[in-house]
Design a protein around this ligand. Structure first.
Ligand code: MN
Length: 174
């Protein structure tokens, strides 16, 4: 990314960019996400942050998780919903979303539209934690959260489902 040839990476259309790999998540045991791809737009070691573009296919969802680092999100395309703590929100293009530290969150695309969004994170960040049975019970005691989770998880598993959504083994931790 520091090479002169990388100073401009043109948009290719379709929310793809020259020189940016589209990464798909692979199954890692428990199916906790569906239809999520990630493109790392800016992952320059001279920056303290990374900017990624995530896209969730229609009906798909990111993993339910929380962690010490924050997410700063801007919706770029489509429709969907997100759970932030005990509240579910509708999402539309150009909405801005802040996920505070240690707050349960999950993104879900509409049944008939993808959901694409930019997500800014610390380059050095902790690994996302999935909920345990106690955490899930506490979330399900909140009606809005229970309704959101039922909508995200009520579908049959499909190809492309996988485990932890938002952790890059190449990224520094801590
Ligand atoms: Mn996260």
């Amino acid at each position: 990314m520091s090479e002169k040839n990388d100073l401009l990476r043109p948009a290719l259309g379709g929310f793809r960019w020259e020189g940016v790999e589209r990464e798909a998540y692979k199954a890692e045991g428990a199916a906790s996400f569906r239809g999520v791809s990630r493109q790392r737009l800016f992952a320059d070691p001279r920056l303290a942050a990374e900017l990624r573009y995530f896209e969730i296919a229609p009906g798909g969802f990111s993993s339910l998780e929380r962690h010490a680092h924050l997410h700063a999100v801007m919706v770029l395309r489509g429709r969907g919903r997100c759970l932030i703590g005990d509240t579910a929100h509708d999402l539309a293009p150009h909405d801005l979303v802040t996920i505070p530290e240690w707050t349960w969150h999950q993104f879900r695309a509409a049944p008939d539209e993808p959901l694409g969004f930019l997500c800014l994170v610390d380059a050095a960040r902790d690994r996302p934690r999935p909920p345990d049975a106690h955490d899930l019970a506490a979330l399900r005691a909140i009606p809005a959260a229970a309704e959101f989770l039922d909508g995200a998880l009520a579908r049959e598993p499909q190809e492309g489902d996988g485990g932890s959504c938002d952790f890059s083994p190449k990224a520094p931790t801590g």
